[in-house]
Design a protein around this ligand. Structure first.
Ligand SMILES: Nc1ncnc2c1ncn2[C@@H]1O[C@H](COP(=O)(O)OP(=O)(O)O)[C@@H](O)[C@H]1O
Ligand SMILES: [Mg+2]
Length: 428
């Protein structure tokens, strides 16, 4: 019987935890047989960085990239393999390079989502460009920052238009703080954004292909406590709305591995942050949710490779805007219409059928491994690499407790498989 081996390339920075988990699970996946009886194996390899001929043929069929957002040699290599060799990328550097948070805000506002009022202001300090002074003197309109802020209302958030990791983000309560924050912003281009005050839930969702885990997030806690293990913290309707928004942003920009932040106040969902080229999947922050994340990454990559899913570099913005621009549709109707486009883009039905028929063993495989000494070693080594010596014991116990909770979670019908939380969050 014919057999094909598909190679996944990992483009990594400093992370060791999830890559090792991913490599281990892929190596235990075994052979997957497709509908025609053809057998498939998946292998992984870490990609090294070196000169490359633009005509080289890469050995990888799919690349998970965690580096190219910051490091431009691999970024340009990714563009080459996407354009020339149809390599499947999580994620596309094309849209991540040009469509940062600001572009996502713009698209989502046009699609009718409840992005808080947001104004972009020119940078405080001039860029290092000798011609700028001339251009600025001629074309830059003076503006009254305080008046813009008054219009938005205090408190507001000042944050980089392309931000990440909370760098340069400040909550501004009055004109004095406004001035200070703007002075500190230097050459960065900033948004002023109305604050969603007194929200009930900060929902941070991680999406991988057509699956999404909506998690309750506590931004004011230390990193290891930010994701609370909580279920049913949103009504089914609000949960579904958050999930649709997260997948909508992804399908729109062809992002397949991304996190999205929504602030839920009363019945209203306000998306505030949704372009994370390299979403957090660290064991130390995701803890209980870590097995779900790695398992889903394994399933989605396997689905793409075995079914020969074609990577899409083109955007299909027009189909979304045709819905967003309609006056005869309300918000909920638009979301439902986007959802059909999104499910279609991610081949949601085909993916879930594939998981049920070809990857039925994966849930048990992951459960067994996460319950093993091998996983525990990874946990201990990750803690050692992350925390100072005097904190390690406490963090090992903390993570063992939370991961143990996932392992021992009651599963429907008692058989290994998704937990109730995974079922409701991931598959609705
Ligand atoms: N409009 C807003 N209303 C309330 N809180 C906000 C708002 N914008 C940002 N924040 C807070 O600031 C944090 C960082 O802002 P965010 O846009 O997520 O930037 P980053 O891309 O750096 O994560 C958010 O996690 C949230 O706690
Ligand atoms: Mg954020």
């Amino acid at each position: 019987m014919a057999e094909t081996t598909h190679l996944i390339g990992l483009l990594l920075g400093t992370e060791e935890d999830w890559p090792r988990a991913f490599e281990t699970l892929i190596s235990r996946l075994g052979t997957i047989t497709d509908d025609s009886g053809h057998r498939h194996r998946i292998a992984t390899e870490r990609i090294t960085i070196e000169p490359f001929d633009l005509r080289d043929r890469p050995r990888y069929e799919l690349v998970i990239d965690r580096l190219a957002y910051w490091y431009y040699v691999p970024r340009e290599w990714l563009k080459k393999v996407a354009l020339m060799n149809d390599v499947y990328l999580l994620n596309s550097p094309f849209t991540f390079q040009s469509m940062e948070k600001h572009a996502a805000y713009c698209a989502m506002i046009r699609l009718g989502l409840k992005v808080p009022p947001t104004v972009l202001v020119p940078h405080k300090d001039p860029p290092d460009n000798s011609r700028f002074q001339y251009t600025a003197a001629r074309y830059n309109q003076p503006f009254d920052l305080a008046a813009i802020a008054e219009q938005i209302g205090y408190p507001l958030f000042m944050k980089p238009y392309d931000g990440g990791q909370w760098i340069g983000v400040s909550r501004v309560r009055n004109a004095r703080e406004l001035e200070r924050a703007y002075d500190a912003s230097g050459q960065r281009i900033m948004h002023l954004q109305a604050s969603v005050e007194g929200f009930d839930v900060f929902a941070r969702s991680l999406s991988i292909g057509p699956e999404t885990m909506v998690m309750k997030f506590r931004p004011d806690r230390p990193m290891h406590e930010r994701y609370e293990v909580a279920h049913d913290f949103l009504t089914p309707e609000l949960g579904d709305e958050v999930l649709t928004i997260s997948r909508l942003v992804n399908a729109f920009f062809r992002w397949e591995f991304n996190s999205c932040e929504c602030l839920v106040r009363g019945e209203e969902v306000h998306p505030i942050d949704y372009a994370n080229a390299s979403p957090d999947v660290a064991l130390t922050s995701l803890h209980y949710y870590f097995p779900w994340a790695i398992k889903t990454l394994v399933k989605w990559c396997t689905f793409c490779l075995v079914t020969g899913r074609r990577p899409r570099l083109d955007l299909d913005t027009r189909s979304y805007f045709e819905i967003g621009d309609r006056d005869d549709l309300g918000y909920a109707e638009k979301l439902a219409a986007y959802r059909r486009l999104v499910d279609d883009y991610f081949e949601a039905d085909r993916y879930h059928d594939f998981c049920a028929s070809r990857l039925a063993h994966v849930d048990e495989l992951v459960l067994d491994w996460v319950d093993s000494g091998d996983f525990d070693r990874l946990l201990v080594e990750t803690v050692r690499a992350t925390y100072p010596a005097h904190e390690q014991e406490r963090f090992v116990a903390h993570l063992r407790g939370l991961v143990g909770q996932w392992v021992n979670e009651p599963r429907p019908d008692g058989v290994p498989g998704p937990t109730d939380a995974e079922r409701s969050e991931a598959q609705s």
